[in-house]
Write a protein that binds this ligand. Sequence first.
Ligand code: ATP
Ligand code: MG
Length: 403
Amino acid sequence: MRITSALVDPALLDLPWSTPLEEWPADHLVALPQGISRHVVRFVRLAGTVYAVKETGERVAEREYDLLRSLERIDFPAVEAVAIVADRQTDDGEPLDPVLITRHLQFSLPYRALFSHTLRPETMTRLLDALAALIVRMHLTGFFWGDCSLSNTLFRRDAGAFAAYLVDAETGALHSRLSNGQRSEDLEIARVNIFGEALDLQAAGLLHESIDPEVVCEEVVTRYERLWHEITYEQQIPREARHDIEGRIRRLNELGFDVAEVAMSMVDNGGGYLVRPKVVDAGYHTRRLLRLTGLDAEENQARRLLNDLDTYRAESDLTDEQQAAHRWLTEVFEPVVRAVPAHLRKKLEPAELFVQIIEHRWRLSEQAGRDVGLAPAVQSFLADVLVHRPDEQAVLGVEVPTG
Ligand SMILES: Nc1ncnc2c1ncn2[C@@H]1O[C@H](COP(=O)(O)OP(=O)(O)OP(=O)(O)O)[C@@H](O)[C@H]1O
Ligand SMILES: [Mg+2]
């Protein structure tokens, strides 16, 4: 047995590598929902960390490992590669396939675990939005996926929307940039895969009757095109309307994209400019929140938390942003998170919990016709809402339909 890894957790060495993954004894495994896959995938818990173990071909494992590592270096939302275990054999000397080990993405769910009975149109819309944004972000970095599908994506809750993560990089390739042809090819693959997945759901009676698989798969392409255009289009701006450039940058920030520089060239004999922003990265609000508070949240969560922070700053008359952020963190955010009893902590991650509590407070206040205040809203959320939710950190004991 041979292990390739950046940092080996010695406990990994003790797993039953001479047994085919399919036959691993239950005491090593955790039952978590998983998407449809060709390969055998199992989850194991070692010293508090959950890993996904996938049995696959040697070349494939190496390729996927390398790609996931490169994606990690550019901070791309994907699962984290931990190790490859190769040269496995049974006790009788029969060779076994190598495995790729990734870290289980906490609080993430495969799309089939996101709905209990049928996939409703609103949920579908949000999934497609998250997926389209993931592909745009991917293409901006020069990554060709080659197998985009709902099954190859993991979703985390993000303040009423979803944030998508790449889980299966087997067919991917990282280029310095993608041609339009490569982008369309990738989208065509996405379209075909999603069509198939929607048909599958329909055949199993899991798709809401108003959803048409053919429309759904077109939607993801349309959403992608719209977002791609907004980010990359070249805009002609008259000389006297230079502030339009700022408007464009703000719109891009609102969409969650950071702009590093704006390329401008003169046109019309100096009467105007041709403007093309250089978008460096998604996660604008995520990064601002991280910088101010050290909290790591998804994009929409970060947007809501920053709104709360801005309101707090205005109310408490603090001019210094950094100081306000520190006080908000210790006097508002942390006490709310600490108010959750230990047995309820696995239900939602802290940022999502906080966002849902702010919304709960708003709803209660609407009903009451006055602001009910944060502390009562927290108590009501814990007692009336959170207790009824399933654990999402590791969805155990919940029945999840799998392929
Ligand atoms: N790190 C992880 N965290 C959470 N879930 C994971 C992780 N790795 C794999 N999974 C789950 O296992 C499923 C299968 O993984 P993956 O798509 O890599 O397998 P595959 O056999 O290569 O798929 P395909 O049939 O598309 O080739 C995923 O849909 C996901 O639900
Ligand atoms: Mg897959």
